[in-house]
Design a protein around this ligand. Sequence first.
Ligand code: GDP
Length: 442
Amino acid sequence: GPQSIKICGKIFFPSDINIRMDAQKGYSIVYGEIRAGDDIVDEVLVSVFRAPHSYTGEDSVEISCHASKYIQQKILELLIRNGTVAAQPGEFTQRAFLNGKMDLSQAEAVADLIAAESEKAHRIAISQMRGTFSDEISILRADLLHFASLIELELDFGEEDVEFADKNQLREIVLKVLSITKELTSSFSLGNAIKNGVPVVITGKPNTGKSTLLNLLLKDEKAIVSEIPGTTRDYIEDTVVIEGILYRFIDTAGLRETVDVLENLGIDRTYKKISEASVVLLVADINEGLTALNETLGDLQRQLTGSDRKLMILVNKIDNDINNKKEEFCDKPILNNNEQLLFISAKTGSGIEELKSKLGELAGSDKVQEECIIITNIRHYEALSKVTESLDRVVSGLDNKIPEDLIAIDVRQAIHFLGEISGEITTDEILGNIFKNFCIGK
Ligand code: GDP
């Protein structure tokens, strides 16, 4: 804030005695000592930023010191004793928002960027932080403001029976905005999966090689592997980044112990896990042949019908196809639309690269392009859903020749919800919720 450079000047002594901190220009770095009375605490570099050219938009200084915890603590103590206060979580970004350096969705993207665990999640966050989503929202808002002004003009002159707005033109504006809001809301399931990990359930009969496959995928990537026992301890969840995407592999432990795994799909928990998955991997042992696979496949296919969950059948142990069963699987058309079948060996790794790239395709990784906007934030999703609802009412209002003043209400509502995303319309509660999740100092 405005006192930062002055306060820093009380404990920092430039090695060039002609330099006065309070006269120091922005975007400059000064070398010198931090002192506590006569004691030298450290030799440091101080970067000076002058409003409005800083992250928060206010005057600020950054002190680069040596990494000792003691030194850091000492400098903080000195600063606080001289009149600074420690920042709250997210306070820097909140100030940046309040000072107009970024809108609310960009501020939220800063938190996403800090939390990004994979290349794709990083890519979405950085694009949102740089304003692609905000720009889209302001274009939509401008279109709707234009629409509202046409309708309201007509309302003002309503009694004179003048028609300012061509109804078809109005309809076109709303339809255009609607198609974009619908596209954005429908990107949320992909965005959410990429941000929090694409859920993949591994299922199949016992001894088909599920654990071997999971271990191979996890080991291969040498990634951060956390074993999170499920809340009910019925399943194990492992996360791993493969080709830029974070996956959550869910190996339902219950399935391992039950013999007729998929015949018992009535088991609620299994249903639940499968219903939460984006991709289901059904592992089969090649030596057990097609008959064994069919015992489990039918039920699973029935369960997945009509959902957008993807099924991939992995015929495992291809390295050990002693009875030459491969043909069986190739001959018979067992797959429904959009299902895939791969031959793999979890033991030798054969087919695993193909599995990884197929997983990426199924997870929608190709949709995360530079220019494409993907919603990852539930707050944005909810606001956009409300925009869509309001605009659906506008369209049916126009079609049914509903009075303009009623149509205007829905248009204003849509504008309001778009404003909530960018933070033009906000409350302390919304802000409090957003910034409390930040780390201290950002
Ligand atoms: P799960 O019960 O489905 O988790 O099966 P496991 O992963 O425990 O594997 C069962 C047995 O099959 C173990 O003895 C594995 O070593 C073996 N196995 C797993 N995958 C392969 C494979 O690709 N080839 C061969 N030959 N054996 C495998």
